[in-house]
Design a protein around this ligand. Structure first.
Ligand code: ZN
Length: 244
């Protein structure tokens, strides 16, 4: 079993990169809430437009995309994010890790200048969803591009090297952030994604408190399981890469 480290020093600025609206909240919402409450500037970057995120065949996709963006802004505010959410705008289900995407994300890293970056683990085995895999590689590749001056040179933007990368959904986790005091905030941020109640939270009727409570318990159970190997009651676990 891996040796775990617990709790990084609170960073000054972080960027969390998710493939879809709600991925960041599931992966690291508690950690972001904890850091934001201690003065860290938290920025969200969402790679795709979330346009596949419903089981409703008759949905108006334009409305769905706008709804999910509004939900994501709401969730970010719940977590204490410092700024508007950055939407890269690629089509849900069709995200690629190509030069255009890499340049775009590298620009945001150079502009936002995070100490710590968080995102999907692209090396997680047996992962089916292509966007999660591509978002992970897009992030690792964009970090390399952002830190070195000869990648995508930008006269008005200095290269930037973050100090650490935390990968959620990690294949080989080795770091835990204690989020015992942030569980309620994490659940509240997830519940901002109302369009996802049925498909990802198993909530058919939000007025039915027992269904919401069942979801709350699921988040708590996951945090308990993720914290346990590090001796933490409720945690979010990551693969920690540093230096970058
Ligand atoms: Zn996702």
């Amino acid at each position: 079993m891996n040796e775990y480290t617990v709790d990084l020093a609170v960073p000054e600025r972080v960027v969390a990169v998710g493939a879809h609206p709600d991925d960041v909240e599931f992966g690291c919402g508690g950690t972001l809430a904890k850091w934001a409450a201690q003065g860290c500037a938290v920025h969200h970057v969402i790679c795709t437009d979330g346009s596949k995120g419903t089981w409703d065949r008759n949905v108006d996709v334009t409305v769905l995309v706008a709804t999910r963006q509004e939900e994501q802004r709401h969730a970010a505010r719940v977590l204490g994010a410092s700024d508007d959410v950055v939407f890269l705008g690629w089509t849900d289900g069709e995200l690629e890790d190509g030069p255009a995407q890499r340049r775009q994300l590298a620009r945001w890293i150079r502009r936002l200048r995070p100490d710590v970056v968080l995102g999907h683990d692209p090396w997680r085995r047996y992962r089916l969803h292509p966007d999660h895999r591509h978002a992970g590689f897009l992030l690792t590749d964009a970090i390399v591009a952002a830190r070195d001056p000869h990648f995508f040179p930008e006269p008005e933007l200095e290269p930037h090297r973050p100090s650490a990368l935390l990968l959620f959904e990690a294949d080989e986790p080795d770091h835990v952030e204690n989020v015992g005091a942030q569980l309620e905030t994490k659940v509240a941020a997830l519940l901002a994604h109302r369009s996802q109640y049925r498909s990802t939270m198993d909530i058919d009727d939000p007025a039915d408190e027992s269904q919401v409570e069942r979801f709350r318990q699921r988040v708590a159970d996951t945090a308990s399981e993720q914290g346990r190997p590090a001796g933490v009651a409720y945690g979010e676990r990551f693969k920690l890469l540093r230096p970058l």
